[in-house]
Design a protein around this ligand. Structure first.
Ligand code: FAD
Length: 380
């Protein structure tokens, strides 16, 4: 059986991996190439954490995925500059915050590695981070994946194992009960028995009638700030990845000498992944600067080394969309990463492969039927 996977970002690449492992013939197609600069998976780094409030399914998928990322890097990434930095993830939020309490309860109940740090231990462990809360959570086994290189490594490995990689822009399929092939913009036909569309923020363009309003791409800015000279504290040995939920700011230590990365998690304006420019706005830079001045005063006034504009592909509440197309019986859709999907890509790919084989039922939360159109974010 032959499967065409459209989209070589994190979701499509891992779907291709698991389908290939299940002995399908797989063709992986991408309009701009694996983890390209427009793709949501194309930035340098992505945080992997297991803390997800009460949503145990994401905690479980994150842990399972971390094992698969690490196995990939051990198998084919050993000679590379590290692709996973186990710097830990620090969750900054006050102890009376309900989401934080639920996170701790879920992680402890399900046997995840998590430490509750009170203010004194926060200050002792990370003296260059101003502790404002009475409690923080620290996930020592988690950290940061080098996103772009990790996806490109996986795709390169897939091609050595027999997966065909095709550069082509796949057009929206015609309505039909069963798809025999997809058409590319340059007139080629790619025939297969089944198709997986893992087109990230492009999914509403590919299936406008079905997904407009159900997946909304928004403009998101990350800023890399230059660290002080001769000071290693902001690298992964001294600084964890962090998430400051109340402030809507997250960040990653100075990896590969690019600078301390600060991201603004608030949803930005609507974004077109093909045509919009990716130039950071001063408002986002200022928001990041203010956060640094408050929480990492040694980085106050640090210069901007680089910026990146990426896009979230948001479902209404942040849950993924992984389901069969309601009208095309041999077409599956995997997307809706909603600003937190990268880490889970191995588990997403595994679930896609199980669905295609009829080996697992759809996860109710990830079905199309569960997708609203009124934005009300509850998964982060
Ligand atoms: C600023 C930012 C920070 C984030 N931080 C984190 C984080 O810390 N941790 C985390 O886990 N997640 C994070 N995410 C979310 C995560 O990056 C995404 O959920 C994930 O990368 C989505 O992967 P994807 O494969 O679905 O989409 P993409 O990576 O966008 O891949 C889709 C691919 O499909 C291709 N494509 C689209 N249409 C077509 C077509 N018609 N024909 C052929 N090819 C096509 C595109 O070229 C693209 O390569 C963040 C996202 C952003 C933007």
């Amino acid at each position: 059986m032959h499967i065409v996977v459209i989209g070589a970002g994190a979701f499509g690449a891992w779907a291709a991996h698991h389908l290939h492992t299940a002995r399908f013939k797989v063709t992986l197609v991408d309009a701009y190439g694996p983890a390209n600069a427009r793709a949501s998976s194309g930035d340098e780094s992505r945080i992997i954490r297991c803390g997800y409030g009460p949503d145990a399914i994401y905690s479980t998928w994150a842990r399972r995925s971390l094992g698969q990322w690490r196995a990939l890097f051990d198998r084919v990434g050993r000679h590379q500059v590290p692709l996973f930095h186990q710097c830990g993830v620090l969750w900054l939020a006050s102890g009376d915050d309900a989401y934080t309490r639920a996170t701790l309860a879920t992680l402890e109940r399900d046997g995840h590695v998590v430490e509750r740090l009170d203010r004194t231990s926060l200050e002792t462990r990370f003296p260059h981070i101003t502790a404002e809360e009475d409690v923080g959570l620290f996930e020592a086994e988690c950290g940061v994946l080098m996103a772009r290189r990790a996806v490109q490594l996986l795709v390169a490995d897939l091609t050595t194992r027999g997966v065909d990689l095709v550069r082509a822009h796949v057009m929206s399929p015609d309505p039909a009960p069963r798809l025999a092939h997809v058409q590319t913009a340059d007139g080629r036909r790619l025939a297969a028995d089944a198709f997986v569309f893992a087109c990230g923020p492009w999914l509403p363009k590919v299936f406008p009638a079905l997904l407009s309003g159900r997946i909304r791409p928004t403009r998101q800015v990350v800023i890399y700030f230059g660290v002080p000279p001769g000071d290693a504290r902001f690298g992964p040995e001294g600084t964890p990845a962090w998430v400051d939920f109340p402030a809507g700011i997250y960040g990653v230590p100075d990896l590969e000498q690019r600078g301390l990365k600060v991201g603004v998690d608030r949803h930005g304006p609507p974004f077109d992944p093909d045509h919009d420019d990716r130039v950071a706005d001063m408002g986002s830079i200022e928001t990041a600067r203010q956060w640094l001045a408050r929480r990492m005063p040694m980085m106050s006034g640090a210069p901007v080394n680089e910026t990146r504009v990426c896009q979230y592909e948001n479902t209404a509440n942040g849950d993924f969309l992984i389901d069969r197309h309601p009208e095309l019986e041999n077409v599956w859709i995997a997307g809706g990463g909603s600003g937190h999907g990268f880490k889970h890509a191995p588990a997403v790919g595994e679930h896609v492969a199980a669905l295609v084989q009829g080996a697992a039922p759809p996860e109710p939360r990830f079905t199309l039927a569960a997708k609203g159109t009124q934005p009300q974010r509850s998964v982060y």
